[in-house]
Design a binder for this molecule. Structure first.
Ligand code: CA
Length: 222
């Protein structure tokens, strides 16, 4: 999953980028509200974390412009402690969730996971499950019939994306756009290698190849 972080306080941004990267998210970072309006609407983010006090353009204004332009990406806002007015204005402007500063990094991680499940129609799940596999996003491993299978970080990222889009045909280009940040090299051969390693661990049938179209997560119950 690829996230946009808009936060002008550099030490906090550094800490969040490091934490989110460890959790297997590809993160693009911006500090200026004007840049955020443009980039948030033009790149295919899966979720946006938006600070409200920003140079260039206030976060609330950024969010209003995104929603007015039809952007449906889930947005989690970061608000100042004790400012209920900010939280209410943020929710009215189209935020999906909020977190009050200072917050524990684990709370951000859990809210992001929940928001991503909800935005993919899986709100009822306490953890990500799809077609016979359960993914532990905290420990980055997958279970099948109660048996745990270890994953590398790249395999985990890929499998999480598949499990949030069960049954959908995903092209290599689409996968690369959602698994790598804006500055990474996007090599579809590398993707192919990870798909094959996942098949080696989980069974060939779990990920189907649709010739000329891409991959489709079928799970183990298909
Ligand atoms: Ca700020």
């Amino acid at each position: 999953m690829r996230l946009l972080l808009v936060e002008d306080h550099v030490p906090l941004a550094d800490e969040l980028i490091a934490g989110l990267t460890r959790q297997g998210y590809a993160v693009d970072w911006l500090a200026d509200g004007r840049d955020a309006v443009y980039q948030g609407a033009s790149e295919p983010y899966d979720l946006i974390v938006l600070d409200l006090g920003l140079p260039g353009k206030p976060g609330l204004e950024v969010l209003r412009e995104w929603r007015a332009g039809g952007l449906a990406t889930p947005v989690l806002i970061l608000t100042a402690r004790g400012s209920w007015a900010e939280r209410i204005d943020g929710l009215k402007a189209g935020a999906d969730d909020y977190l009050t500063k200072p917050f524990h990094p684990e709370e951000l991680a859990l809210r992001i996971q929940a928001l991503l499940r909800r935005s993919h129609g899986l709100a009822n799940q306490p953890q990500l499950e799809a077609a016979g596999l359960q993914l532990d996003e905290g420990r980055q491993c997958v279970s099948r019939d109660g048996k745990e299978i270890e994953l590398t970080s790249a395999e985990f990222r890929l499998l999480r994306y598949f499990m949030l889009h069960p049954g959908q045909i995903l092209s290599k280009g689409h996968l690369a756009e959602h698994l790598y940040d804006g500055e990474s090299e996007r090599d579809s051969n590398v993707l192919e290698v990870h798909v094959n390693r996942l098949r080696g661990k989980l069974g060939r049938e779990v990920i189907e190849t649709r010739r000329g179209q891409g991959y489709r997560y079928a799970g183990v119950n298909a």
